[in-house]
Design a protein around this ligand. Sequence first.
Ligand code: 5CA
Ligand code: ZN
Length: 419
Amino acid sequence: MESWPSPLRPVIPGSPPALRLFDTAAGKVREVETGQVAGMYVCGITPYDATHLGHAATYVTFDLVNRALRDSGREVVYVQNVTDVDEPLLERAARDGVDWQDLAAQETALFRQDMAALRVLPPEHYHGVVDSIPYIVDVVARLLEAGTAYRLGVAEGTGADVYLDVTSTAGFGQVSGWSRAEMLEVFAERGGDPERPGKRDALDPLLWRAAREGEPCWDGGRVLGRGRPGWHIECTTIALTHLGMGFAIQGGGSDLVFPHHEMSAAQGTALTGQSPFATHYVHQAMVGLDGEKMSKSKGNLVLVSRLLADHVDPMAIRLALLRHHYRTDWEWTGADLTEAVRRLKRWRMAAAAPAGPPADSVIAALRSALSNDLDAAAAVDAVDRWADDVLDGSSAARPGAGTEVARAVDALLGVSLAG
Ligand code: 5CA
Ligand code: ZN
């Protein structure tokens, strides 16, 4: 699947300290373990509504991670999926009387535009469920053959659904660290079906859903028959196809810790006999609006595309997002944007000045803040201080400093000061 055009990323002199991030599985901030090539898998959208600021916060956060890893001289293989067939998408299409494929194509196109406007570096591999079906079929068939997955007959049809026997899978529970009671509390509202009779365990996740009347379905071959994939298996399959087990970072919003990332990892282990699935689990906290998590199902959304249509500078949106630490839930208010517009103007004025205080210390401060569990707000403060110095004309000025700072702000924060 096509991703989006890549913005240019300036290469700046020097190198950053080792990147340290909070790892959900370890429950602490620790250094990201990776060799020269870092694999990063970030869960993509379910395209039934346009990109809201919560999604944008998630993808901008992982863009900072991507940029920090590249700044350290590493190659990043960034993989992202699109959940282009799933219950919420089918339900929304049915509600609105539109074709689910048209809806998915339209919203994915909008998402690409939003990401490009926000200067998010695109993934190297961008895959929908639909274009991954043959791989998913192969994975589910192997799990069945290995005996870690089992069939459950469907009363109304001839086929059978397939579930993973997850609680007997090695390492289950290690991503979230949650108790069984905690898992059971949210499983149903996050796409699970704990009440279904005949399951070996209430928490077992659906791998393959046999064809039902009126639902899209694909050929699952001799072993599976016609049907469509369950949710988590798409991410296991796409991650393993492009990265293999033990890749550096699995990312997404904190709403995905359980069941999604727990199940994706368990499925990877069930399939390969290896662990871990990813060496670091990184989660963006939830962005809310009016006291609730911003979500497509609740409809309390501020859309990136709406702001862009209102001629808001996408760099101001990005700056507004950067003021909030990725591990703290926060609520969107217009005030963030007003402040970001003002800040962007000041940074642009300072960067355009013929001379300013030397860039080295700002660049060092940017790198040190970002390496410290992505302290983007501290990085923004460092640029603020430099811009104040330039505009007050209070300290020694070096010609061309503005260009160097602008290149670093672009490379590390993804904020372009051109324009
Ligand atoms: N397609 C699945 C992942 S495989 C999915 O969760 N799609 S989504 O469209 O609902 O969300 C896309 C990404 O944005 C996910 O990483 C999700 O965790 C994150 N996200 C969703 N809502 C918010 C929010 N309010 N704040 C921050 N991140 C969010
Ligand atoms: Zn996912």
